[in-house]
Design a protein around this ligand. Sequence first.
Ligand code: OOB
Length: 543
Amino acid sequence: MSVAFTPWPADVAERYRAKGYWTGDPLTDVIDRHRGAAAEATAILCGERRFRYADVQRLSARLAAAFRARGLRPGDTALVRLPNRAEFHLVFFALLRCGVVPVNALNSHGLYELTAYARQIEPKLAVLAAGGAADPLAARMAQTVGPERLLLLGPPAEDAVGGFAWADGDPLAEDDGEPGHAADPSGVAFFQLSGGSTGTPKLIPRTHDDYLYSVRRSAEICGLDGSCRFLCALPAPHNFTLSSPGALGVFHAGGAVVMAGDPGPATCFPLIARHRVTWAALVPPMLSVWLEAVGGGEDLSSLEVVQVGGAKLSPAVAERVPERLGCRLQQVFGMAEGLVNYTRLDDDPWTVVNTQGRPMSPGDEIRILDASGHPVPPGAVGELWTRGPYTFRGYYKADAHNARVFDAEGFYCSGDLVSLAPGGNLVVCGRNKDQINRGGEKIDAQEVEDLLAAHPAVSHAAVVAMPDAVMGERSCAFVLAPPATKPSELRRFLRGQGLADFKLPDRFVFVPDLPKTAVGKIDKQTLRERVKTEFAFMETTAT
Ligand code: OOB
């Protein structure tokens, strides 16, 4: 059994194999390739715990055995929501070993998002950090998969597997000694999460072949080797933190991943000093926080490269990195759907500061098109379309949406507005999708609008981006509701539905009417303009 997905056309797949992009190895190869003496090297540092490659192999095999003993089979799916701890990686590799295909939800996702994912994948297994007995998430997941298939992670234990327990109270099965499922490398390894713009969180099937290539190529571009110490401070499942080159790229290179519970300087600066961290990946608002915080006597001298991605970095902030942090900057413009662009480590300073880099693979194909589908002249702004050896060919179970965002040649419309700079580098200029990029965290406007509209006082809601000096963007909800309606009530209502906190509108504006386009749709462009003139760069105290 395997998970259904839209494959690349056979001739294209053949070409990717012939070019050596796809090697036919499973994604677990990033761990298992380290054998003998190399397996003694440190793979993960998490609090006071150190995991060698041999430990990650042994512990993930042990967890895989526990999954098999509970009846999980290749092609089954799993819903995972874990914090930034070593166990995230152990569970990920365990699932890959037994061919169980996970959705790795963000730790900030709530019951709403998890339920939406569960509806799509119908998981046979759920893995969560243990809440209290009354944790509604655990209760719902126990209903969905059964308590005997709900694995709860408790506080860190000496033996990492000892931190896990089945919700029915049974201990984990012993290792069965099975080598594990020989995954079909051309099949789906796991689902990445889409930022979304259509109201339903979309899932992105990623195959072993395509993802492993993106990891290998990223590690190569970044020149990683066994001396790399990578700070995993953004959410571990995010495509940036996981694969650009991320934890998987570092594992591939034989380096060490230092887990940080959050990306703030109070957590990260001591970890950098203690573990001599060489690489860190940040979103732009967090880079600004680091730049402000540095200078308090902390030792950041080990830092070689700080990567920044997920949202547009302003050149003024970019310029300050070498002097303030004493390291190089790399801009990363990527997407969970595939394509990742990097500025290269030997690029000239102008390129590193002013562009978001260029595609990582010679197999990446990009087109910058105007609204009628024609290529724009060099330097002009257009919509970015792409296809390539690690860019997916269709969202999971979303035929109607796929028909809109793919063209007949398999190019995917990213919804980003870009221009081409010298050297083939891209500059991100805006977006043509109904999304808010809140400091790298993507908010699907329609998702929040639909939930707001379910409130009895609300007849319509329109959520748009509001420029913000710190976050780049925050979210503003225009709501057609009686003036007596309170923002706090609407926030409580959204929270009550289990929506992730970062998606709660930062500002509510109550209006008697919403502007309409000629065809009668809500005119979001007018609302965006209104937000820009009325609230731009105001201190955003939530109202
Ligand atoms: C990364 O992935 P996602 O899936 O959370 O978000 C993708 C979208 C892009 O389409 C673009 O709109 C925006 O995030 N974005 C950027 C950017 N990096 C991503 N916009 C401007 N400048 C950048 N540097 O965010 C992601 C995945 C892999 C690596 C890095 C980021």
